[in-house]
Design a protein around this ligand. Structure first.
Ligand code: ADP
Length: 476
């Protein structure tokens, strides 16, 4: 099959969160199975890669002509097209500063979406499937049906990685993105008086997927952030669990890890990794205190309000903590305040640092992810592979990937709590401590977590089925 991914992130060229991981690793897996896959990305200022010039073009978007260049590069056998438009993408950040998203994001991503279709229509081989991701490229099928009759039989699949971000803008932007006013109504792009890019993607795509089975239910019932009804009306909404690239995420070969280990050697080697990162972060506490690591975008979604309420008691229970994250100023402040209150037991770095994150996964006894909601979550899967036992809020993909020790001991891979309240998190800390103190049990639990298969093998087959379904729908 000939598949084109149009996305705003693709690791390792650009990654802000799990979206970047998924676009890269799913593409790689499809290529391994013999499919013809390409990716189209904006050429952000931060992208470093050997590129080949493809062509200089210009594009009419809402009556304004924008000049741009197309480049091509290869990463792990994936051919990636890069759309270079300096005004839109030569910026220090991807989506916005820590204070706020860029105000012209609607124009940046409408431009990128249209330029991607131009590329498919005029330069590349026409694909069978366009696979788009989140609100940034959700408008692609809208433009496709409006302006590209030659792409009529190309099916589109929209994957919703985070339904909370919808690309919501005031209606007056419509002319500037070349969308006629007739499309501003409730069965189309209109959403409570605004324009909603993600809703456009839902209405115009052939199939919708999200990144776990539980979350596919949630977005149609309780957690669709206003889009529940639109999603329910769509017949084809599926949940497919993300995988991780088990070659890239492998504690046995990861060059960033201080001392490599595997499922047979972790119990003797993990403690050395733990000591190493404790020294790195200046934590000079007793060896037998369990170390909890938190690695995430610093955003409300990630449960920092709960952690803030529970952490002082957790330190008294006997835990140490390390935080690695970047994001909202407000939550940066919260993390630093937790450190200030518990100087000897809590440490943090406010930055995005892939290499450091790997050292932390390797050194942690436990991994904390009490997200308010979590469509899938990649970090808890990485943590399990690195033998850091997850403590999670039972929601979305966290519910689908972590089995609680006290609910099903023989299958358990971590600890989860049901209600999003800090007392339940604290109770989970207490329950985890009891098991941690029983060394034999702890080793068994860690081993089970490490042995989980989170590779893409199963999920990629589900995507292939969905591509076939989307093609059939498009043809009829
Ligand atoms: P989301 O997509 O909501 O950000 P996921 O758990 O799906 O959350 O994916 C997060 C990914 O980003 C993981 O690979 C995690 O290791 C990585 N990550 C998050 N914050 C950082 C950071 N500060 N430094 C390095 N990696 C990070």
């Amino acid at each position: 099959m000939n598949i084109c991914f149009i996305a705003s992130e693709c690791d390792p060229l650009v990654k802000v969160g799990g979206l970047g991981d998924v676009v890269h690793s799913l593409t790689k897996e499809l290529i391994n199975l013999g499919h013809n896959v390409s990716v189209i990305l904006p050429f952000y200022k931060t992208i470093r890669s050997n590129v080949v010039f493809v062509g200089h073009k210009n594009l009419n978007l809402g009556g304004v002509y924008y000049e741009y260049d197309v480049y091509k590069t290869f990463v792990n056998n994936i051919s990636i097209f890069l759309i270079k438009q300096s005004y839109f993408f030569d910026r220090d950040h991807i989506y916005g500063t820590p204070k706020a998203p860029y105000e012209d994001n609607y124009l940046r991503f409408a431009f990128f979406s249209l330029a991607s279709l131009e590329l498919l229509s005029n330069i590349c081989e026409i694909p069978d499937i366009i696979h788009i991701h989140d609100w940034h490229t959700a408008i692609v099928p809208v433009y496709k049906d409006l302006y590209y009759p030659n792409l009529k039989y190309v099916a589109s699949v929209l994957t919703i990685h985070n339904v909370a971000f919808q690309g919501l803008f005031p209606s007056h932007i419509l002319p500037s993105i070349g969308i006629p006013w007739e499309m501003f109504h409730k069965d189309d792009l209109e959403f409570y008086g605004n324009v909603n890019f993600l809703k456009g993607g839902i209405v115009y795509s052939d199939v919708i997927t999200t990144v776990s089975k539980t979350h596919a239910e949630e977005i149609q019932t309780t957690m669709g952030f206003g889009l529940e009804g639109v999603l329910r009306e769509k017949r084809y909404v599926f949940g497919i669990l993300n995988g991780i690239d088990t070659e890239i995420w492998n504690p046995g070969t990861d060059k960033n890890v201080y001392i490599n280990y595997d499922v047979n050697s972790f119990s003797s080697k993990k403690p050395q990794n733990k000591l190493y990162i404790k020294e790195l972060f200046g934590l000079n506490t007793e060896e037998d205190r369990p170390l909890i690591v938190f690695i995430a975008r610093l955003a409300k979604q990630k449960g920092l309000d709960l952690i803030d309420l529970a952490i002082d008691d957790a330190v008294k229970l006997g835990y140490d903590f390390i935080f690695l994250g970047s994001g909202d100023y407000y939550y940066q402040g919260k993390v630093l305040d937790m450190v200030r209150r518990n100087m000897n037991y809590v440490a943090a770095r406010i930055e995005y640092n892939d290499s450091l994150s790997r050292k932390l996964y390797a050194g942690a006894d436990m991994f904390l992810m009490p997200s308010e909601y979590e469509p899938c979550g990649i970090a808890q899967m990485i943590a399990m592979r690195y033998g850091a036992v997850p403590i999670v809020h039972k929601t979305g993909g966290l519910a689908d990937t972590v089995t609680d020790y006290y609910q099903n001991k023989s299958q358990s891979t971590g600890f989860s709590f049901e209600d999003y309240i800090y007392k339940d998190l604290l109770y989970a800390f207490a329950r985890a401590m009891i098991v941690y103190k029983d060394k034999e049990e702890w080793i068994k639990l860690t081993k089970r977590a490490m042995e989980q298969d989170f590779s893409w093998k199963r999920s990629v087959q589900e995507y292939l089925k969905i591509y076939k379904t989307a093609k059939l729908i498009r043809m009829h």
